[in-house]
Ligand binder design. Structure first.
Ligand code: ADP
Length: 415
């Protein structure tokens, strides 16, 4: 049986078809530039059966895109799905579950309504997620759909860590609090880290882990006893670390100050902190860490500044989270930058010797593409490189939720 995993973004649709037993990726693809008037849509798909195909095509909306993806997957000759019921379930990445959805959830009409209500909190993300779910319900009636929320893993964060010190009414009336994102990724890598720690004699129940998801978006989580106790993103994904184009932490009064100085509405300032800041804003060059590293190495002062601010912020959060958890057993690096940049890992860990962090420079420079401990043997804190796999985690969660439900499914083997 296969699980279709769908990540439906504002103008793109990423998907993977995963074997529920072996976790092999049978097909993966990306439909992009959906609904863009100025650019033609494009689909790339890679399957175990037919290799890679790539073509331009018109896609006015997510419904169109999903029709075409579905036709590709079920194509009588080149498709990897011969009968629709080979797809046991669809797992959807949904960005914001608010306080209502703290677990992956089987999609019903009521759940769709709930996700729609949550769009107030994530106006850019939840609506396209919903379009993806609706398209799959139309194309695959009777096949269970599961929503896996980016916020859910952070639902265990205690109130003193998720509350902002604003008038309480804004929390009660408008849901203003920290939610956190990238939860599926933090959960996936933490699961592997817990196992790696267990092999070194550290029990999961007492473990204290800091996970650093460093991609275009960046966030960290403090994970104590396997449960999230804090995270750096907040009500929205703009809080916390320096990112490709997002500012991360700011003095909130900067927003009104800039609005006054630029004589610009708050929507313009929102655009600045989301799209024009971070590595791009600091360096003036690029939001891509590879460009920043290259320019910094060649002596570009603002690229070096961007690197320094980026790494300092992460180091500061590690210290804060070690204090929050009363100690630290492991730091985990994941996502594009975390998995591929020895320079960033080294700069983050430099100066953390007082916490018991001792990176093995040789391993840090050479290891790539697999879960591995990069700390020196004598290091009290382990430093782990763990490739993330959000699609695999969504497939696992989808199977788990269906198995725990009353829905008859071939995924559930009768006793
Ligand atoms: P997304 O958040 O869009 O999924 P990724 O997890 O793929 O993004 O991460 C993208 C980031 O990873 C980019 O900033 C890119 O420059 C960075 N990256 C990828 N490979 C390297 C590398 N070898 N060295 C430094 N940064 C890298």
């Amino acid at each position: 049986m296969k699980i279709l995993v769908l990540n439906s973004g504002s103008s793109s649709l990423k998907y993977q078809l995963i074997d529920s037993h072996t976790e092999e990726v049978v097909a993966k693809g990306l439909a992009e530039c959906i609904g863009m008037s100025q650019r033609c849509g494009h689909i790339v798909q890679q399957t175990t059966l037919a290799g890679k195909i790539s073509f331009d095509t018109e896609m006015n909306c997510h419904d169109d895109a999903m029709d075409q993806v579905f036709a590709l997957l079920t194509d009588p000759e080149k498709g990897v799905v011969k009968r629709i019921d080979e797809i046991a379930a669809v797992g959807h990445r949904v960005v914001h579950g608010g306080e209502k959805f703290v677990q992956p959830t089987i999609v019903t009409d009521a759940v769709l309504d709930g996700i729609e209500k949550m769009s107030q909190l994530a106006p850019l993300h939840n609506p396209p997620n919903l379009e993806g779910i609706r398209a799959c319900r139309r194309l695959m009636p009777g096949i269970p759909q599961v929503a896996v929320f980016d916020t859910a893993f952070h639902a265990t964060i205690p109130d003193y860590a998720y509350m902002y010190a604003l008038p309480y009414d804004y929390y009660a009336a408008f849901g203003v609090r920290r939610y956190g994102f990238h939860g599926t990724s933090h959960q996936y890598v933490a699961g592997i880290a817990l196992e790696m720690l267990r092999q070194r004699g550290i029990a999961p129940e007492t473990s204290r882990i800091v996970t650093c998801h460093l991609g275009n978006g960046c966030s960290m989580a403090a994970i104590q006893g396997g449960r999230a106790v804090d995270t750096s993103m907040g009500l929205t994904p703009v809080e916390g670390l320096v990112m490709g184009t997002r500012s991360g932490d700011l003095d909130p009064a900067i927003l009104t100050y800039l609005s006054r100085r630029l004589d610009a509405p708050v929507s313009d300032i929102d655009q600045i902190i989301n799209k024009e800041s971070g590595l791009l804003g600091l360096s003036g060059l690029s939001s891509d860490m590879r460009d920043i590293e290259e320019a910094a190495a060649a002596g570009h002062a603002r690229a070096e500044l961007a690197l320094a601010v980026f790494c300092y912020r992460i180091r500061k959060y590690i210290g804060a989270y070690a204090a929050a958890m009363g100690g630290l057993d492991a730091i985990v690096f994941t996502a594009g930058i975390g998995e591929n940049s020895p320079v960033i890992r080294e700069r983050v860990c430099r100066g953390l010797g007082f916490l018991g962090v001792d990176l093995d420079d040789g391993k840090n420079a050479t290891e790539r593409g697999r879960a591995v401990d990069l700390a020196a043997e004598s290091s009290r804190v382990r430093v782990m490189l763990i490739p993330t796999n959000e699609e695999r985690m969504i497939a696992r969660e989808t199977i788990r939720v269906i198995a725990a439900s009353a829905i008859p499914s071939p995924l559930v083997i009768a006793p």
